[in-house]
Structure formats: C-alpha cells, structure tokens
Design a protein around this ligand. Structure first.
Ligand SMILES: *Cc1c(COP(=O)(O)O)cnc(C)c1O
Length: 342
C-alpha cells in the first residue's frame, strides 16, 4: 500500500499554462525546478511542450541534464544558478543555457565554452542572485550576445508593494541599451500586467495551481487511506506527547501518511481533512508515517480522506500549516502512488 494517492490533473496544468500565456504578448516559458514543484519535471515539461512551451527553467545543471533526456533536443533549457565550477561538461553535453550571475561566472563560461549560448541574470533589487548593478557596465560588452537578460521580483505577490515599480525601473535602466530578449516576470509579475512582461514570462507556481494565480485550476488531489479507526473515550489522549485529549467519545482514524511524505509537522492539530463534504479535523501530532483524524462526524467509517482536493487547495493547507503552497507542493514525498488525469 502506498502512503496515498496523488492525482495530477495534466489538463488543469495545460489550462493554467494557456491562461497565463494568454495574458502576455510574448513567449511563455515554464519553470520546472525542484522536480516540477514536486509533481515530476519530466512529466510536467513533456506535457507543456506538447501544449506549446519551447523554453524551460531549472535551478541547477543536474536538473537540466535530467530534463534534457526527457525532452529531447529541441526545447531550450535554462539554468538559474548559472555556470558553476564543475558544471561545464553538463552544460555542454546537455546543451543547457546558464543564466550567468556574476563576473566570475561570465569569465568561467566564456573561457570554458566560447560560443556556447548563455543568458545573464541581473540583480534589480532583490539582493539574492544575479550580477550586481556596479559590476554590469564592465560585463556589458562581453554579454552582448546573451540569449536572455533576466531579473526576479521579490514582492510580486503583493501588487501594491513599492518594490515592484522600483525593480521594474531598475531593470529598464540596466537593460535599456541591450538588444537581447528580456524577462522579469514569474507568476506574480505576470499578474502585475504587461509593463512587467517584456519578451518572456516564466511562471512556476501558477502552472501548478498555486497562489498568487487565484484563477488557477487545481492540479493536485491527495487522498490518504485509513489504516484503522478506534473509539477514544472522553479524556483519552491521542498521539505523541499526548497533545490531544478527546473531549467526549470520538472516532479517531489513523491514516497512512506523515511528515516523511511532506505533511509537515506544523500541521499538527491545525489542518482539516475531508470525507466527501464532511470536514474532519487532524488531531494530535503528525508522526513520520501516520496522521490521526477525528472522523466522528462522518456518516459511515471512511476508507480514504482527502487532504488536497475540491474542499482544500494547496494554499489553504499551507495556511493551516503556517507556510506557503510552494513548500507544500515541493515537499510531497515519493511514497504516494501517482495517478494522471490526461
Ligand atoms: C522559481 C522562480 C521562478 C518561478 O516563480 P513562481 O513564483 O513559481 O512563478 C521564476 N524565476 C526565478 C528566478 C525563480 O527562481
């Protein structure tokens, strides 16, 4: 028995890609780092390539090399971390396009792989990754053949945040003289509107049904099997640390999934599962491989409960756990049986 059934709706994935693509006049790439936000990079990228995506982004050269095997030679695969020491063979053999992040990376790339395509990531104010503005004038000439000049917004999920306009202005100033195609927007930036789109948008989370793309169709459903149901008498204490006390006679179901499957321990006593339309509160601590859920309100003893599904999105579950949808998705573990809707 698997820890649960993870259903991935590829039609919803494609619908989300097309809905984001319809917002922009330029190209729409797909970000599939972290194994396609936990859903499987090869599966996601192959599906989106059929739907028209021609360019993909991953975090590391290793991810890029694996993706190249799944995608064949045609799509362009860009690597956010750039050209790290030791990456040269992967970049060359898998024909990856590194987004160079520093003078050292620009020099490394041009010495190791002269003529091999590259992009440049510029730091427009997030202060995380990318060529810093002070270093850019000296690199501009060496970077004039960049296939892409890109930057990343820190606050795009908050449309009114003043840093959005500040980074937009900084990106314009850094790239004004360049002929290379440009990209600033991930999902959040796409929703900020056309001035943020430039030649290419590169959404990730919105493809997978997550906020800030509120109109996204949900892509994942996660159903967990019940191993056992017991009656807890009033005062009975459930789970590690005896942190939950049954206030009356309760039916407690034990489910086969836990924090080792990405249902993080911070959900303890806070998340809700669903049996059809009936909400069933998670009670007590999340264990490594087990959850305990109060199913007293169910009309019949449940065999499975949904933790992601029609009544609870990735973001709603994340909210209960004090995190973001990105973390819930990328934590979903390998023990689930994966089913595809296509
Ligand atoms: C992860 C990432 C994206 C995609 O961001 P989403 O918020 O998931 O759309 C785009 N660009 C860069 C540089 C990233 O690191």
């Amino acid at each position: 028995m698997a820890s649960g059934n993870l259903t991935i709706d590829l039609r919803a994935l494609v619908a989300n890609y097309l809905a984001l693509a319809a917002m922009t006049a330029g190209e729409t790439a797909a970000v599939v780092k972290a194994d396609g936000y936990g859903l499987g990079a090869a599966l996601v990228a192959q599906t989106l390539a059929k739907a028209g995506a021609r360019r993909f982004f991953v975090a590391t050269a290793e991810e890029g090399a694996t993706l190249r095997q799944a995608l064949g030679n045609t799509p362009e695969i860009n690597v956010f971390s750039g050209h790290m020491a030791g990456d040269t063979a992967l970049i060359r053999d898998a024909y990856l396009v590194p987004m160079l992040n520093s003078p050292a990376q620009v020099h490394r790339h041009q010495e190791a792989l002269p003529g091999h395509p590259f992009g440049v990531q510029l730091d427009s104010g997030m202060h995380r990754l990318g060529v810093q503005p002070a270093d850019w004038p000296a690199l501009r000439d060496a970077a004039r053949n960049a296939t892409l000049l890109m930057s990343h917004l820190a606050c795009a999920d908050e449309p009114d945040h003043p840093q959005n306009a500040a980074q937009l202005a900084a990106f314009h100033a850094l790239t004004a003289d360049s002929q290379s195609p440009k990209s600033l927007a991930a999902t959040g930036g796409t929703l900020l509107g056309r001035p943020y789109h430039f030649d290419l948008i590169r959404p990730g989370i919105g493809l997978y049904g997550g906020l800030p793309f509120a109109q996204a169709q949900p892509v994942v459903r996660l159903s967990l099997p019940v191993i056992q149901i017991r009656t807890a008498v009033p005062g009975a204490k459930v789970g590690y640390a005896a942190s939950y006390t049954a206030p009356g006679p309760r039916q407690i179901a034990t489910l086969s999934s836990g924090y080792a499957d990405g249902l993080i321990r911070a959900m303890s006593s806070r998340a809700t599962l669903w049996h059809g339309d009936t909400p069933c509160p998670l009670v007590g601590r999340v264990s490594m491989d087990l959850l305990t859920v109060d199913v007293t309100d169910c009309a019949e003893p449940p065999e499975v409960l949904d933790i992601l599904g029609p009544h609870q999105t990735v973001d709603q579950l994340a909210e209960a756990a004090g995190t973001i949808g990105y973390e819930i998705l990328t934590s979903l573990g390998p023990r689930y049986r994966r089913e595809l809707i296509q």
